[in-house]
Design a protein around this ligand. Sequence first.
Ligand SMILES: *[C@@H]1O[C@H](CO)[C@@H](O)[C@H](O)[C@H]1NC(C)=O
Length: 282
Amino acid sequence: MDIANWMFLVILFVNGVFGVETDAVKTIELMEGDPVPLDTCVTKLQKDDEIEWTYGSYVIATIKANNALLYDTDDARFKDKLQINDQTGDLTIRNTRTTHSGLYEVKITNITHTTHRRFSVTVLDAIPTKVPVTAGASAILQHNIADIQIYDVIEWKFEDGKTPIAQINKQNSKNPSYDKTDERFRDRLQLDQTGFLTITNTRITDSGLYKLQVQGTNIATKHRKFRVTVDEPGLGTGYIVLICVCVIALILVVIGICYRRSRHQQGKDKGNEVQDPLKGEQ
Ligand SMILES: *[C@@H]1O[C@H](CO)[C@@H](O)[C@H](O)[C@H]1NC(C)=O
């Protein structure tokens, strides 16, 4: 073996011993309620292997000396939701909420290597938020995404439309922009810095599914959906009940009058009948 080959082997060995490997971020998108399986790719943990799961800046699970421990965030969002496999170090988040979206990372340490695996998790809203509105009024679509200022792109889409109807892209400008080619919403959309979308002077045709997507660097993309239903400005139920009561009262009055008249008529006829025999006797 010549010296070059020998050096190569030494470098390989050194790399192996002190190696720190970081996989590319694995993106996981799922619906609210579904479990998120986060895998370490370890088939069987050895006695001295260590696992540390983090969510953002929180450590949420560890395995050290074959001892598994679970932790939580300050707002207890993982209460009764974490499950760790003590053979593989795999972590499962059960019964997820959109608040479980974010960046998860696992650090796997064995005697020779430290490996990092990262997961960008997005938990989608399963049921769209309902926004009922009367035609002519404004519909305000308010999301519940915390720290909206840390996202760079805010996009609203309507139904199956590919082009956002309203968006803010902070890399270009802080000002919102609207799809000028879409005549339906012409001058009737207002997107503010919090990402809330207002549709003014609503029409029946504004009914449908509105989809919000927010993106940022180093944070999982978030999605929200809103089901807007625009109703004709009709009569309220109170008015309808009042009208029904009036109609029924009117019918009763008419029936009453008819009844009285017929009684009166009958009375007259009877009077005549009674009188007739008397007339005959006279
Ligand atoms: C340590 O981890 C590395 C990277 O996952 C793996 O290739 C290696 O086989 C592990 N070594 C032991 C002794 O388990």
